[in-house]
Design a protein around this ligand. Structure first.
Ligand SMILES: NC(=O)c1ccc[n+]([C@@H]2O[C@H](COP(=O)([O-])OP(=O)(O)OC[C@H]3O[C@@H](n4cnc5c(N)ncnc54)[C@H](OP(=O)(O)O)[C@@H]3O)[C@@H](O)[C@H]2O)c1
Length: 325
């Protein structure tokens, strides 16, 4: 079977597609015949060797897939050959087959196609866990989302509305903000052309926001922390800008606020039952038509370089997905 292989970190010419032996299901695993795979910012970091987990070389990147179960390992209970599923692979997803532990594989609703499913679990799983479990977002609260038109950002806008919050979406262009408006944002801030802290003050009548969802970091983090209101929560999601911010802790003390870390993948592994309940809730909302996953670009597997460039060059709107033959 064909797989993308990274032979050296941060050397684009050392990322190739090649024939590798078929996957086999170890006990507790299934092998998924991959129909589509998500392209995430974290995949780009992994290929460069900059992600928090560095797999041994050579390896196949690809953190999430959708497809059909081809083989079931010993001890697998709830899954069977032929089931349509989505799976969180961590690595190994950019291939015709992926072997995945049962706890990270979820049956697809009939109405969900493979392209949609391949971009679903990481973005929605992260934002739902962040807003519900980590921030404990309440109806009527104000949620500020940075990088709001990106993969995780757009799902935070959508889920914030479902949870009853007033959502302020922030992005770097009017076109990205128009997409956020379509997904329910109540107010918009173009942080490339306006002063973030000042605009938040105007939009909240000086009160500040209750929750900040930040997948971008860099120059926006400190103004966003300063714009938190009484008992506000700042969610550390990621650092797509490339810079990990340093925050003066006196700001946290003065306003009685919290800085809250979010690492969905690690949480899902530590609490698989709770994570499965969260995903079941998300799939139920999808079934009710309350979630509209946005896939802005699809590529064949052979175009993995172009797909990665879209994500790295700030051009993704919602999700980017590779679709296999
Ligand atoms: N903590 C977790 O559990 C978890 C889970 C999933 C992802 N993440 C992290 O969340 C971050 C976003 O992931 P994603 O897949 O949503 O990425 P994405 O679709 O590329 O979105 C990232 C957004 O960041 C903004 N951005 C600002 N500077 C950027 C730059 N120099 N390069 C690229 N984007 C830039 C862009 O919005 P504007 O142009 O509007 O600024 C872009 O839409 C990543 O750091 C990822 O590792 C964390």
């Amino acid at each position: 079977m064909r797989a993308v292989r990274v032979k050296e970190f941060d050397r684009p010419e050392q990322v190739v597609i090649e024939e590798v032996p078929p996957r086999q299901a170890a006990p507790g695993e299934v092998v998924v015949s991959v129909k589509a795979c998500g392209v995430n910012f974290l995949d780009a970091l992994t290929v460069k060797g900059n992600y928090q987990t560095k797999p041994p070389l050579p390896f196949t990147p690809g953190a999430e897939v959708a497809g059909v179960i081809r083989e079931v390992g010993a001890g697998v209970r709830a899954l069977s050959v032929g089931m349509r599923v989505m799976a969180v692979t961590g690595f190994g997803g950019w291939a015709e087959e992926a072997a995945v532990p049962e706890s990270r594989v979820f049956a697809l609703p009939e109405a969900m196609d493979f392209t949609t499913a391949a971009g679903f679990p990481i973005a929605y799983g992260t934002s739902h866990h962040a807003l519900k479990d980590r921030a404990r977002l309440e109806p009527g609260e104000t949620l500020l989302v940075l990088g709001a038109a990106g993969g995780v950002g757009l799902t935070a806008v959508e889920l914030g509305k479902i949870m009853g919050a007033r959502v302020i979406a922030c992005a770097s262009s009017e076109e990205k903000l128009a997409l956020c408006r379509e997904y329910g944002a109540d107010a918009l801030i173009n942080y490339a052309t306006s002063d973030l802290r000042e605009r938040i003050r105007e939009l909240t009548g000086g009160k500040g926001v209750d929750v900040v969802y930040d997948p971008v970091g860099g120059p926006y983090a400190e103004p966003a922390v300063r714009a938190l209101g009484f008992q506000g929560r700042y969610l550390v999601i990621g650092f797509a800008s490339g810079a990990i911010p340093s925050i003066p802790l006196n700001l946290v003390l003065l306003k009685i606020t919290s800085i809250v870390g979010v690492f969905w993948g690690a949480y899902a592994q530590a609490r698989p039952k709770h994570n499965a309940q969260n995903l079941a809730q998300l799939l139920a909302w999808y079934g009710e038509g309350r979630l509209r996953p946005h896939v802005s670009g699809t590529f064949p597997l052979a175009s993995y370089r172009e797909a990665l460039d879209v994500v790295m060059n700030r051009n993704a709107r919602g999700k980017v997905v590779m679709v296999l033959d």
